[in-house]
Write a protein that binds this ligand. Structure first.
Ligand code: HEC
Ligand code: HEC
Ligand code: HEC
Ligand code: HEC
Ligand code: HEC
Length: 490
């Protein structure tokens, strides 16, 4: 079977597993044992670039992540151990696969370093996708390392083989990432939907789309060896850092490496526009946000923990005449005191419809993330469904004066402070870690003044003046934002 990139080929690959063209070269009998192959440290000498990036990634940190540990321990306690290896199946997959986590609560501390995190061997030995969520990845037992190279150089270290599941230029590779990046909770709620969102998006096509790896594992511009051995051919090294939102809270060295990479990712994610509509002596404000770069919603994944919100401050002659979303870095964003707050998040509920914070309690979820692009064709009405517009004030009233400056910025807390407080209160999280959690600004601050407006036009007979620093067209159709103040019981 050839590499599959058509839609039908994709489904075929999903059901039947993927194709591998094994190439155990006759002159190079692999010598690494299974115990050696599962240990990322054993890859470092020959694959220093991949090892360097991976070591600083959230994949390497997935088992040790103190927030993960805190939630996991509390989950075991509160479910009387029923959670079992549910969390660890994705956060320590090789350890679960090798049966090292029989008692998830206690065995995790004893876990050898080789088994911590989403490891090299775990990804590179996958040969089939049995399920699209909750880590339905199937590992081969032949000790052949699968990868993107159709013509791997022979090595005495390990056997190599090509697989379209590990070739970021092939759509099936998204199903490998996706199987862990789609979580269905024990109570049946579809909580993290990154893969599902990507699957229904314009990015799920080839050519013309993007796989997870094409966005999250960028290749080096220059050619270099992917194995530090004599005679290795020159190829493209792909980054294994996969930065997005989370950082290594209690590992300052890795956190420092991640911070710039996360900021770069965030800064390309959104386009925005701010508009001021003159109404008599007063005004109404509106802001449009468009998720242009994420191949899924924004936020996505752990949207129940993410807090993404808009800060808007309007001034006249230097005096603040209106504001919403002005929140101190370390404060709870949604206190219920700001009726106009535009907060993007998931509200999650238990089986009785009561709002909850913790994963394992979740029976249903409602979210208002910025949606993913469904088409690249501006002639298609769906093109503008990713333009989300929020009005300020939100209740149809207006500002009594016309401002002469309106500044907006998008901010992000990876995990809401109320969720962290909840973990501190239950004794599962050290308070210093709550304060180690960064607060991000997503992109630059956008400031409208009459002089810096980029678009002035008449809408419904009223004068509208907007500023954007991007290609976003403030006159085009847009979809009204859904506000979710608090998470009201259902
Ligand atoms: C003694 C050196 C050596 C060690 C140790 C080593 N590799 Fe390799 N590996 C190679 C060479 C050589 C290649 C082929 C490079 C090429 O063709 O450009 C390779 C290729 C690969 C490929 C690509 C396979 C393909 O067909 O796409 C993967 C994946 C890989 N190695 C993973 C690992 C992992 C994981 C470890 C640690 C368990 C590891 N390697 C340890 C030398 C090594
Ligand atoms: C989350 C899954 C995942 C983990 C964990 C992972 N890799 Fe990879 N790796 C990939 C994917 C996907 C590619 C293919 C990139 C492409 O299409 O070229 C890749 C590519 C490679 C290659 C081919 C050269 C390159 O840079 O593209 C090597 C060698 C490799 N990985 C080694 C490693 C080693 C060593 C580790 C651990 C230190 C590791 N990988 C951890 C998914 C993973
Ligand atoms: C075995 C399950 C598994 C597989 C396979 C997997 N991931 Fe992950 N990934 C995780 C876990 C678990 C985390 C979160 C670790 C943490 O924050 O504690 C994560 C984190 C990430 C993050 C960082 C998220 C953030 O908010 O900072 C990115 C980006 C990512 N993965 C991309 C990928 C890509 C791309 C692939 C496929 C090449 C992939 N993952 C394959 C389990 C997996
Ligand atoms: C078109 C490029 C693109 C594609 C395709 C893409 N992503 Fe992303 N992803 C982004 C951007 C941009 C962000 C937001 C920037 C950031 O989080 O720093 C992001 C964020 C994320 C996050 C963090 C989200 C959150 O809010 O917690 C995860 C996890 C992730 N991506 C995984 C994936 C997986 C898995 C796939 C494939 C199913 C995928 N991505 C496909 C560009 C992409
Ligand atoms: C199906 C695989 C999977 C399962 C099961 C899973 N996780 Fe995760 N987890 C992930 C992935 C993937 C990410 C990264 C998502 C993102 O960045 O958006 C993640 C991120 C996290 C994070 C860091 C980001 C955040 O704020 O949420 C924590 C903490 C976490 N998981 C805790 C848990 C706990 C506790 C459980 C069990 C109740 C669990 N996870 C079960 C895959 C999984």
């Amino acid at each position: 079977m050839a590499a599959t990139n058509s839609r039908s080929g994709w489904i075929f690959a999903l059901l039947l597993g993927s194709c591998t063209t094994a190439t155990p070269p006759p002159d190079a009998t692999p010598t690494m044992t299974r115990a050696e192959l599962v240990d990322p440290a054993r890859c470092q000498a020959c694959h220093p670039d991949q090892f360097h990036d991976w070591s600083a990634s959230m994949h390497a940190y997935a088992t040790d992540d103190p927030v993960f540990r805190a939630m996991c321990e509390r989950g075991q306690r509160e479910t009387g151990g029923k959670l079992g290896t549910f969390c660890l199946k994705c956060h320590a997959p090789q350890a679960v696969a090798d049966g090292l986590l029989v008692d998830a609560a206690t065995d995790i501390d004893k876990l050898p370093q080789a088994y911590r995190g989403v490891t090299c061997f775990f990804c590179h030995s996958v040969d089939a996708i049995a399920d699209t969520h909750n880590n339905g990845l199937h590992q081969a037992t032949d000790l052949v390392l699968r990868g993107p190279l159709a013509d791997p150089m022979a090595t005495t270290a390990h056997a190599s083989a090509y697989s379209d599941l590990l070739d970021r230029d092939q759509l099936p590779s998204s199903t490998l990432c996706g199987s862990c990046h789609d979580v269905v909770t024990p109570l049946g709620a579809q909580l993290e939907r990154g893969f599902q969102e990507w699957h229904g998006s314009v990015f799920n096509q080839s050519p013309g789309g993007n796989t997870c790896g094409q966005c999250h594992m960028p290749q080096r511009p220059q050619l270099s060896a992917v194995a530090a051995v004599a005679g290795a051919p020159l190829r493209r090294v792909h980054s294994h850092l996969t930065p997005a939102i989370d950082t290594a809270l209690d590992n300052p060295a890795n956190k420092a490496l991640q911070v710039q990479a996360v900021q770069d990712e965030l800064d390309k994610s959104l386009q925005s526009a701010v508009c001021v509509q003159k109404l008599g002596a007063g005004a109404r404000l509106s802001v449009i946000l468009d998720n242009v770069a994420a191949g899924h919603g924004f936020p996505s994944g752990s949207a129940l923990d993410r807090r993404v919100w808009l800060e808007i401050v309007a001034r006249k002659a230097g005096q603040i005449v209106y504001q919403s979303g002005t929140v101190a870095d370390n404060a709870v964003v949604d206190t219920g005191a700001d009726p106009d707050l535009w907060l993007l998040r998931d509200c999650v509920y238990d089986a009785n419809g009561a709002p909850v914070h913790m994963f394992w309690q979740v029976a249903s979820a409602v979210g208002n993330a910025l949606p993913v692009q469904l088409t690249f064709n501006p002639g298609d009405p769906r093109f503008y469904q990713s333009h989300i517009r929020a009005e300020f004030p939100s209740n149809g009233t207006q500002l009594s004066v016309m401002p002469d400056e309106v500044a907006v910025r998008v901010r992000l807390q990876p995990i809401g402070r109320e969720v962290l407080d909840d973990l501190v209160l239950s004794g599962d999280l050290t308070p210093t870690l709550r304060d180690a959690m960064p607060t991000w600004q997503v992109g630059a601050t956008l400031t409208w003044t009459p002089a810096t407006a980029t678009h002035t036009f008449t809408q419904d007979g009223l004068a509208m003046s907007c500023r954007t620093d991007t290609n976003l067209n403030p006159q085009a159709d847009s979809v009204p934002a859904v506000r979710m103040p608090g998470c009201k019981p259902k």
